[in-house]
Design a protein around this ligand. Sequence first.
Ligand code: NAD
Length: 306
Amino acid sequence: MRILITGGAGFIGSNLVRHVNAVHPEAEVRVLDDLSTGNLANLEGTDVAFTEGSILDFELLSSVVDGVDSVVHLAALGSVPRSVAAPIPSHHANATGTLHVLEASRLAGVPHVVVASSSSVYGSNTKLPKSEFDWTRPMSPYAVSKHATEGYTIAYNHSYGMKTLAFRFFNVFGPRQAADHVYAAVIPKFVEAALDGKPLIVHGDGLQSRDFTYVETVCTALMAAVERQVSDTHPVNLAFGTSTPLLKVVELMQEHLGFELAVEHVEPRVGDVRASQSDGVRIRELFPEVQPTDFATALTRTIDWY
Ligand code: NAD
């Protein structure tokens, strides 16, 4: 088995490389990453053929995609606030970049492509929990770029008969998630603050909730998709229908660390959704073999890693 993981030096990608090395030691794993937000240290000790470069470099992309059985396309500029500050680089990396990955794969005869979309595509649709059949109305440049990611992926399925699958990731967390940049996600920020003895910054009242998904669960689903070359012309929410408020995250962290954590409430973030939760129906139907790790266990594993 030969797999190309774009964005493989990032958080989810580097966990996926480790997962593939563990469950399919015979597989050849290639990574293409421009290290814009990823880090080579994430791949230390892995068995991988690493190429530094951008998915926007079509010639380079075409050379690394050649001969693979599946592409797992994770390369992107993540974060809603980053896209609000700089929408054009987000568009290039996420929308144009995905088109490049699909087109290079098609020209090279790659049979199967899995891509990472995002729950942010639901945008102003406040219905809960979210089904993939609910309407989408992206509210940020990032969400639009992810809508384009899944739109192109599904269009390649229809237009060229390529086997493709678009997963909508929700809030993924776990080891190797960057904590040290301005656009870091909430769990690594909380863990870093707690371990540094600093207050945990909560935007708003802390009752906003998320369907947090452990990165190992995400990797298991991605690998199941690769193994069975799962293809679908409708996206799949990669989350299992849990709803955890931020203050519950703080409480579980306190329990595990054994000391009280200071919380500092600051103004709510512009554009933050109040609640995000999948109904977890399609993922269970299409991937019955994926058993999600429960949130409390995953959180303790994450804290212990940092
Ligand atoms: P990450 O920033 O850690 O990883 C993304 C990787 O892509 C980085 O290593 C970065 O260097 C690389 N990259 C960016 N632009 C590139 C380009 N033009 N060419 C080559 N490589 C490039 O982010 P992550 O959390 O691991 O996210 C992986 C994917 O999952 C992304 O597509 C993201 O949009 C999506 N996603 C993540 C979450 C989450 O909660 N982490 C939620 C929804 C969707």
